[in-house]
Design a protein around this ligand. Structure first.
Ligand SMILES: [Zn+2]
Length: 480
């Protein structure tokens, strides 16, 4: 592997030396660092003609594949080293937790969510166990996405069978070259079915256990409510919606079939014509937006940012239902930074008001790059280490991130920042900062999450809008 990287590096250096007056090749270190490689790559001059540009585009694709292969090898080596180190530590009965900790560290390093970090670790492990596919990946004959497809359809097999599929498909280096996504998937599935039909059947049975419903934003303040279901149930649910929409339209309903199906779905699930029943939705917006038709967008908890006019409509009108129970809670923020004012409590368990406060302040899991919903209200400094139950020492985390934080070697502390900031240090000593997202009206658009400690200064923006008060508006429609 070293030889491959070194020779590639020398080749770049030679090209660089050939296209300039410098003698870069002569000064290339024997064991270049990634910094050296990046520096060299950044200095490659743009090609001057079309053919040269196409060559460069292809060459850069090869660079990405080689980098991806090296990243996979490093990932597997890191995982192995961490497990070996953990094996020397007294057992805690949380082996899975230690594995999760490794994936979480890989996720932070790759600027990905913990869930994706876990998948990337699994991909790297499986891929390095398929030497022919891995060689094709390293050589740029199959890109990272197609390597992922190959792993996805063989992950249910034993390592030996997976290696067998690898041998069958890619023993001849170059066999995968030129194959598109569908061709690769078809070839891999056929080989996997032949190797171990029982494993494929077991995988189908296990997939039933993964049925779930998820919500993700769509453009124009719409959202996708998606259900992953066994095929028969999915087809039955869809057929029922089609049938009911058809009945309604035959009776003179002027909605389109799609509109009638969507409305019926919501009514069936919530049990209320028109939508929301006994379910609380929370909107955070400035007083200016709510009462004076101000333009600052609002935040709908569980969805994200919505335009001001949409927020006012949600707040003041309830289609098809007059029994809405509207309540307003005022939240005070510090001018300039927009930080929510803290509420303290001496109780260990976070009281409902403080949980609601953390929910509003943090919005989603506080781990950088993790967008998962908040499930746990966590003491940043643990209660048994003297951490108080306060807004400052509290953070919202998803379940997985809270478990990761409890594994050995992870520490967290609050630090100074423009808004509430948590510094999380991983077992390797890397520290990642997470600053609470700005509330509507604070004049900033995004959550700050980076490896760098944010500037500690809490100076007011010189001409920025000052909004000393932000209102949270909760809207509840009581069940009939
Ligand atoms: Zn999380």
């Amino acid at each position: 592997m070293e030889a491959v990287v070194a020779s590639a590096g020398v080749e770049w250096a030679a090209r660089w030396a050939g296209s300039s007056a410098g003698g870069a090749a002569a000064s290339l270190p024997a064991a270049p660092s990634l910094g050296d490689v990046l520096d060299l790559l950044a200095r490659v001059p743009l090609a001057v003609d079309g053919a040269g540009m196409i060559d460069q585009i292809r060459g850069l694709e090869d660079v990405k594949c080689l980098a991806g292969a090296r990243q996979a090898e490093t990932t597997v080596a890191f995982d192995r080293a961490q497990r070996q180190a953990a094996a020397g530590v007294p057992a805690t009965g949380q082996d899975a937790g230690q594995g999760a900790g490794v994936a979480a560290q890989i996720a932070l390093a790759r600027r990905e969510s913990p869930a994706r970090g876990s998948r990337l670790l699994g991909l790297a492990t499986a891929l390095t166990g398929m030497p022919h596919t891995f060689a094709a990946f390293r050589a740029g004959l199959v890109n990272e996405w197609r390597a992922t497809l190959i792993v996805k359809d063989t992950i249910c097999l034993t390592p030996a069978d997976r290696a067998g599929v690898d041998e069958e498909l890619a023993a001849d280096t170059g066999a995968l070259d030129g194959m598109g996504d569908k061709a690769i998937t078809a070839a891999v599935r056929a080989a996997a079915y032949r190797r171990d039909p029982a494993a494929v059947a077991r995988r189908a049975a296990r997939a039933v256990g993964e049925r779930c419903v998820s919500l993700r934003p769509a453009p124009d303040t719409m959202t996708y409510l998606t259900a992953l279901l066994p095929a028969a149930q999915g087809v039955a649910a869809y057929a029922a919606l089609v049938r009911d929409a058809g009945t309604a339209r035959a009776a003179g309903d002027d909605r389109t079939r799609g509109q009638a199906m969507a409305d019926t779905l919501v009514e069936r699930v919530t049990g209320t014509p028109g939508g929301i029943s006994g379910v609380q939705i929370q909107l955070v917006m400035t007083d200016h937006t709510l009462l004076h038709a101000g333009p600052d967008p609002a935040r709908l908890s569980g969805y994200g940012t919505i335009p001001a006019a949409q927020a006012r409509t949600l707040a003041f009108t309830a289609p098809g239902d007059n029994d809405l129970n509207l309540w307003i809670r005022r939240l005070y923020t510090t001018p300039g930074t927009g930080e929510l004012v803290a509420m303290d409590s001496t109780a260990r368990l976070f009281p409902p008001a403080l949980k609601r406060f953390l929910q509003v302040r943090d919005d989603t899991c506080r781990t950088p790059y993790c967008d998962a919903p908040i499930r746990h209200h966590d003491h940043i400094t643990a209660w048994h280490h003297g951490g108080p139950t306060t807004a400052t020492n509290g953070q919202g985390l998803c379940e997985a991130c809270n478990h990761t934080k409890e594994t050995p070697g992870w520490t967290a502390t609050t630090t100074t920042g423009p808004r509430h900031t948590v510094a999380t240090t991983t077992p390797t000593g890397h520290t990642y900062h997470s600053t609470a997202p700005p509330l509507p009206g604070s004049g900033q658009l995004r959550r700050t999450s980076s490896r760098e400690t944010p500037a500690g200064a809490s100076a007011r923006p010189p001409d920025g809008p000052r909004r000393p008060t932000v209102h949270i508006l909760g809207r509840v429609i009581q069940a009939a």
